[in-house]
Design a protein around this ligand. Structure first.
Ligand SMILES: *[C@@H]1O[C@H](CO)[C@@H](O)[C@H](O)[C@H]1NC(C)=O
Ligand SMILES: *[C@@H]1O[C@H](CO)[C@@H](O)[C@H](O)[C@H]1NC(C)=O
Ligand SMILES: *[C@@H]1O[C@H](CO)[C@@H](O)[C@H](O)[C@H]1NC(C)=O
Ligand SMILES: *[C@@H]1O[C@H](CO)[C@@H](O)[C@H](O)[C@H]1NC(C)=O
Ligand SMILES: *[C@@H]1O[C@H](CO)[C@@H](O)[C@H](O)[C@H]1NC(C)=O
Ligand SMILES: *[C@@H]1O[C@H](CO)[C@@H](O)[C@H](O)[C@H]1NC(C)=O
Length: 756
């Protein structure tokens, strides 16, 4: 966001004393009007306050930095705050005073890897507590532009780290839980904060081969829209009832998102019943004209955006040009009123106009920020997100008692990582525990020598640090290489061109392998897929861990995992592709299914051999699955399903039940993944998904303990999406897989039948 950077720096140094003040409905200028009458519906109250404004005043309210209207007692309001994984730097947020820091949880890609929805809910509740506390102290707004729920379509995408991964089902479950935790708390009368599902729609390219996100036109088939790109937004809007969505920079099939009546009006409002407002990404009204050249005058630009339903402009295009649009009659005042009624309705629902005494959320304060519980949860989340990908001969965990008087060397560019583990959209963390510090903390009461050498930087080819690293490795009993990438490689505005492990790191790993006394351990930080085949295949590498960007306690979480204080149970929320993937498909190709120029995307469609698969992850213990074989095949006629099930969410047959037993030597977590494999034959020339996730559950089991998990199977999981977006019931055999076990088959009988 070019706008964002400028504002960011301004706001770090200015404390906005206006944010956090509220209109006075007791004795202020509005107190006698319907806006202050709590017995009225929020919509009526919002319409009332808008009706009190002059045209010029209204125009000042169409942008995220909304001016005060002193005549009405309306304070200045900054609509743009951020909280991707904790309250974060943004125009609406100012750290300082009593609130120098906010909890910095692991990045969303890590939360995806936990496959633990109750964890997501707890984190979201703490973020919204802290967000409200910041607001109450005048240090944040009430509207937070989070979450990012675009599908992580291509491993090169610089912002995949902000999402829970590549799967629409996982992303939908995540967003449902997250929005509940952010927007709803103990007080049912009010929104706790207003969240914002972004970036709507089909946004997942920053800048590739000379085309950036401001100019990119995502050509998306109806099939991919319905099957892949829209479901998380549908869940966010329809089921979780988010208060706002953000239209994206890119165009969708020729029409810039913020001017796109079809996706904003027809889909989001009419079909998904959006009850809230649409905000443009920052600068994304201006780019309708200036980048997409979809319009050629400012008055037409204002008109297409407002008419499409872009209610609020992050930026200043509306404040500068709406009067011109009125003068040139491309819009009428009612267009402005509609937009403001939607935005002010959310303010009313937030309790902005109501007395503070009656609102529990208004009592949250600095004592609710960076609490002991939040610190614990942040550590727990990081631990739950760590994915163990290789562990030859049980090289991990380390036995702390067996390592007395031994030396452990931490080598590599992320061994002493701190801010790097915050990924992007971060705030000021209360502390940052690097792996080095984590190892020191965990071994402090033992005589174990922990030493460190950086060896090399993330990508810089300079090898001058190699010699010291190799010397250290030679004299150490255990050597851990910690590498990966950072925001200089993957970030907002910046996609990757290579998904290889940076060359310099590979060279250092190769040299370390030659001198280590015991096989090397490798730890990778990244928000995305890196070709780890070398480490995976090498006999000299004993273990491999992927840990995303694990937040404020990431280093301690890692140490806890490597010493067996915590038994890892995270699973990859993405496919780890071979390096050659980037040559096999253009980043502009939005198609999920394979073609002659596309090997297919994500575990659902990728036809090549992954280095690691979606859902991969090991444990220090073993789990056994058992299920009843009473009815291994159930038959359904398509005709009867058509008759009996009008709703996609209706359950088909009985839920699948599986008993999970911990058959190993230590307690641990298993993530149970339930997939359906549809008939593997083309239908209307379309390749079916290889498999499709329809349920997941993370369970904790002590040694020899068993638990039963069950997964309802609904109509949606049986439907095939055709090229035109229509949904069908196709005859054939649908295999139900729990983990890698085929436990049941559904035999659908009859003729292909259109469902919707
Ligand atoms: C590790 O990083 C911290 C924070 O950036 C720094 O203060 C410390 O000196 C570093 N430690 C070493 C051994 O380089
Ligand atoms: C730990 O090992 C390093 C590197 O060999 C050495 O410089 C340091 O003195 C050792 N520390 C202790 C406390 O033995
Ligand atoms: C990338 O850009 C180059 C130079 O403009 C062009 O020749 C090439 O076809 C582009 N590749 C893709 C996949 O669009
Ligand atoms: C799971 O185990 C319980 C207790 O042993 C048993 O009653 C139940 O039938 C089992 N369920 C399945 C699906 O095997
Ligand atoms: C069900 O079938 C599987 C695969 O044939 C077998 O391993 C398992 O023991 C059977 N379960 C029961 C409860 O009979
Ligand atoms: C999921 O997260 C919650 C909240 O932190 C935690 O209490 C629970 O133990 C986790 N579940 C598993 C199976 O690890």
């Amino acid at each position: 966001m070019y706008v964002r950077l400028i504002l960011l720096f301004t706001y770090i140094i200015t404390i906005n004393t206006q944010t956090g003040s509220f209109p006075d409905c007791k004795s202020g200028p509005l107190s006698t009007f319907p806006i202050c009458d709590q017995s009225l519906p929020s919509r009526v109250r919002a319409a009332d306050v808008v009706s009190r404004m002059t045209t010029a005043e209204k125009i000042t309210q169409l942008v995220t930095t909304a001016a005060a209207i002193p005549r009405l007692g309306l304070p200045k309001f900054e609509w743009w705050s951020e909280a991707l994984h904790g309250v974060a730097y943004s125009p609406g947020v100012a750290f300082g005073g009593d609130l120098p820091a906010a909890s910095s949880f692991p990045m969303p890609i890590n939360l995806g890897a936990t496959f633990n929805l109750s964890l997501v809910h707890r984190i979201a509740s703490i973020i919204s507590n802290e967000a409200r506390a910041f607001n109450n102290e005048g240090r944040a707004g009430l509207v937070f532009f989070t979450p990012n729920i675009n599908i992580f379509r291509d491993p090169r995408w610089g912002r995949g780290q902000e999402t829970p991964g590549e799967d629409p089902f996982l992303t939908s479950q995540y967003v449902y839980t997250l929005i509940n935790g952010l927007q709803r708390g103990d007080d049912e009368r009010y929104l706790k904060i207003a969240a914002d599902c972004k970036h709507y729609a089909a946004y997942d390219l920053e800048d590739w081969n000379g085309t950036d996100r401001y100019h990119f036109d995502a050509r998306v088939s109806d099939q991919d829209l319905i099957e892949t790109y829209m479901p998380p937004f549908e869940t966010c809007i329809r089921d979780a009832k988010v208060a706002s969505i953000m239209c994206s920079y890119n165009a969708v099939n020729g029409v810039p998102s913020c001017a796109n009546k079809f996706i904003l009006e027809t889909i989001a409002r009419e079909s998904y019943h959006l009850d809230g407002f649409v905000v443009s990404d920052c600068g994304a009204v201006s780019t309708i004209m200036n980048a997409h050249h979809y319009t050629s005058t400012v008055e037409d630009t204002v008109a297409v955006a407002l008419h499409a339903g872009t209610d609020l402009n992050c930026g200043d295009f509306y404040s500068k040009n709406t009067q011109t649009a009125l003068d040139k009659k491309t819009i009428v005042e009612a267009d402005i009123d509609q937009a403001l009624q939607r935005t002010f309705n959310v303010l009313v629902r937030l309790g902005y106009f109501d007395p503070p005494e009656q609102q529990p959320y208004r009592k949250l304060s600095k004592t609710d920020v960076d609490t002991e519980e939040a610190r614990q949860l942040s550590l727990e989340a990081a631990q739950q997100s760590i994915v163990l990908l290789k562990n030859t001969n049980k090289a991990l965990p380390f036995d702390i008692n067996g390592l007395q008087n031994k030396k452990i060397a931490l080598i590599g560019p992320t061994a002493n990582a701190t801010g790097l583990m915050q990924g992007n959209y971060f705030g000021n963390a209360p502390f940052l525990i690097s792996p080095l510090l984590g190892f020191e903390l965990i071994t402090q009461s033992h005589s174990i020598n922990i030493s460190y050498a950086m060896g090399c930087k993330i990508t810089d080819n300079d090898e001058s640090g190699f010699a010291a690293a190799i010397e250290l490795a030679k004299s150490s009993d255990i050597v851990i290489f910690l590498g990966g990438i950072d925001q200089s490689v993957e970030s907002e505005g910046h996609d990757r061109t290579s998904i290889a492990l940076p060359d310099v790191q590979l060279r250092l790993i190769e040299q370390l392998e030659k001198v280590v006394r015991t096989p090397l351990h490798v730890v990778i930080m990244s928000g995305s897929s890196l070709d780890l085949s070398y480490v995976s295949d090498s006999n000299e590498c004993a273990s491999l861990i992927w840990m995303g960007y694990a937040g404020q306690s990431g280093g301690l979480a890692l140490a806890n995992v490597m010493f067996g204080v915590y038994n890892p149970g995270g699973r990859l929320p993405i496919t780890i592709y071979p390096e050659s993937y980037v040559n096999a498909v253009s980043m502009f190709d939005m198609q999920m299914r394979p073609s002659s120029t596309n090997p297919g995307r994500t575990y659902k469609f990728y036809t090549g051999k992954a280095i690691f698969e979606f859902g991969d992850g090991l444990s220090y213990t073993t789990f056994d699955y058992s299920w009843s074989n009473d009815s291994l095949v159930s038959k359904f006629s398509i005709q009867s399903l058509m008759k009996n099930n009008y709703n996609e969410k209706n359950v088909v047959g009985h839920p699948y039940r599986v008993n999970i037993t911990n058959t190993g030597m230590v307690a641990g977590d298993d993530v149970v993944l339930a997939y359906v494999i549809p008939p593997q034959k083309t239908f209307n020339d379309q390749t079916p998904p290889l498999k499709k996730l329809f349920g997941f559950e993370r369970v904790h089991l002590n040694v020899h303990e068993s638990t039963e998990v069950f997964f309802p199977f609904n109509m949606q999981s049986l439907l095939t999406v055709a090229h035109d977006g229509s949904k069908w019931l196709e005859p054939g055999f649908y295999k139900i897989l729990i983990g890698k076990q085929h436990i049941h088959t559904i035999h659908l009988q009859g003729k292909p039948t259109r469902w919707s």
